[in-house]
Write a protein that binds this ligand. Sequence first.
Ligand code: SF4
Ligand SMILES: [Zn+2]
Length: 318
Amino acid sequence: MPNTRAPKIEVLELKADFVKFVLSDTDTSVANALRRVMIAEVPTMAIDLVTITENSSALQDEFLAHRLGLVPLRCEPGTKFVYNLDCDCEDNCEQCSVTLSLDVSWESKAAGRPDHEKDLPVFVTSSDLVSHDPRVGPVHFASSDIIDASQDDGIMLAKLSRGQRLQLTAVAKKGIAKEHAKWSPVCVATYQFDPIIKVADDVSATLTVAQRQQVVESCPVKVYGLDERTNNIVVRNRLECMYCDECTNVASSLKLRPEDDAVVTVTASQDRFIFSVETNGTIDADQVVQQALEALSLKLQTLRNELINVKQKILAAA
Ligand code: SF4
Ligand SMILES: [Zn+2]
């Protein structure tokens, strides 16, 4: 009989750079495949080629090129690029690449400073990178909260002292993190098993209020509370559970005999997974999930087609 299970997604929290959702009615292999595709197979743009015209900073060219590669580049939603290897152009073109330039000297940045700051080094940051394609540009901060709290004007690339200059051209290309981590769209993509937390009311009834309070207070993330009316233990924030076992240890210590039931038990659901995905700003969090699902679906379709081909060849040869 075919397996009629149909996985579902329920979104718990959604922001531009963060999504928390529950994937249910599936198993660990699918959850892990989705996690890995989100990390390594959702394409983004990243700097891949750097031509340095002048570098009199203290940093070596290779070091700078590596730093530039790790600057996240945001594409406007709907912007489509082709992979450079699949493009018809000889080197790079606007279908497959974006050019960025940077030209900063100590003198240009230090101009207009007050006297007491005039000999200090200047900072070269991602905000000095000028994109030649308005649809693509560097992500300077992870969120607007950080912009308000930060004294920088972007991701630090180098410091220049008097007389030093950095002048370069960079070419960003489309890629996936399976090739290099700089193309990963996420800084966090994790899941945990949905916790199943049970309170045995009959056991709870045998405990004193102080003992119940002890169980409630054992949880560092305040999963439990005491019902105001009955003083029974209730589960308030199930999704906060991090499987630390503090509550079950206290519950075990309150047993009169080892074979007695514990007042609380915590187990992990095997078919519900709570995902937390945080992007680095290159694409929105919901897009990361959608594109990962599409990539996963394409892989399964390819596998299916290959299996059909192999089967047909075997049948033809028989
Ligand atoms: S396992 Fe830890 S986090 Fe989970 S409910 Fe118990 S004490 Fe709280
Ligand atoms: Zn091209």
